[in-house]
Design a protein around this ligand. Sequence first.
Ligand code: NDP
Ligand code: VSD
Length: 325
Amino acid sequence: MADAKLAFVALLVLFPLALLALLALIVRPRPVKIPLKNRHVFITGGSSGIGLALAHMAAAAEGARVSILARSLDKLEEARNSIRLATGIEAAIYAADVRDFDAVKKAVDAAGPIDVLIVNQGIFVPGELENQDLSEVRFMIDVNLMGSFNVVKAALPGMKSRSDRRPVSIALMSSQAGQVGVYGYTAYSASKFGLRGMAEALQHEVIADDIHVSLIFPPDTETPGLAEESKKRPPLTSIIAASSGAMKAEEVARKCFDGIKVGNFFVPCNFEGAMLAIATAGLAPQRSSFMAFVEVTLMGLMRLVALFFQWNWYGSIAKYASKNK
Ligand SMILES: NC(=O)C1=CN([C@@H]2O[C@H](COP(=O)(O)OP(=O)(O)OC[C@H]3O[C@@H](n4cnc5c(N)ncnc54)[C@H](OP(=O)(O)O)[C@@H]3O)[C@@H](O)[C@H]2O)C=CC1
Ligand SMILES: CCCCCCCCCCCCCCCC(=O)[C@@H](N)CO
């Protein structure tokens, strides 16, 4: 009897240890460290919100050379002044629309070899597809998805042929709405889900060049963009988005660099985001054997949690539907 108990306890301890050991052997790509000090960080959408917080943090905390790109020159100059005031560092600014490949290419070439590319520009115009003009749909797909292709395509040759052989990073700004479809976000969610396919495939293609892809999934984040969006949000969009706690741009920027520095493919930003990352892990690359262990052991439970969230959301949707009948 005592033997059986001992064997049971041994199994209980040994099984997780064996699983962890196995995962440590097979996780790919291998763990990496991406240094930021004195390196060149190029941020699109760097004149406002999350992008601006990233630019400040890259300059101040990470001691990096910073370039930012956005459309409005006024906002870029304002951003450059605020970064100079706060850190003493002079950021390079580039006025270009990510939808214009030639303009992006010109900016990227002028900026010089990039070590950390953060593709962060994005727009969000919420609304039911029925009430949304196709021009608005196209606008979101063009800026958020095609624009990201333009930026990566423009920067990749320089990143691949860099003389500095240290590992480099391409980070794409998705959203929790790029992990789960949300009412009022048909176009926005589609554009952000698109980034995931792009990121997974791109990581296959650039790993041999020691280029590491990260996909950032912030929840609602206090930014000028969100303030603007809030004016137009259908109530159901707000209700569902409130399932995940709101964050400040600086907090998201911190999570972002923490993830980039260790080459994490998924970069969740809050607790709900951590659950979402497990529930939606799918076939995403995973370098951390510990996180792989968490995924393997908790995915079923997270699926259950996800079904409860959907139960709750569909309840809200039904309530609104009957009210508006
Ligand atoms: N705030 C939030 O709640 C969340 C945001 N995100 C994502 O984070 C990213 C940043 O969002 P946030 O900081 O809120 O946005 P903001 O609206 O505050 O800032 C957007 C930035 O992108 C630039 N930009 C917009 N369109 C273009 C374009 N066509 N070409 C070049 N630059 C452009 C803007 O400058 P300009 O207008 O001068 O071009 C600005 O610098 C987006 O991708 C968004 O989808 C994800 C989850 C939550
Ligand atoms: C295991 C299951 C866990 C479930 C947690 C559920 C949380 C999902 C909430 C979705 C939030 C969408 C926010 C979009 C933010 C955004 O991108 C806009 N502000 C536009 O910028």
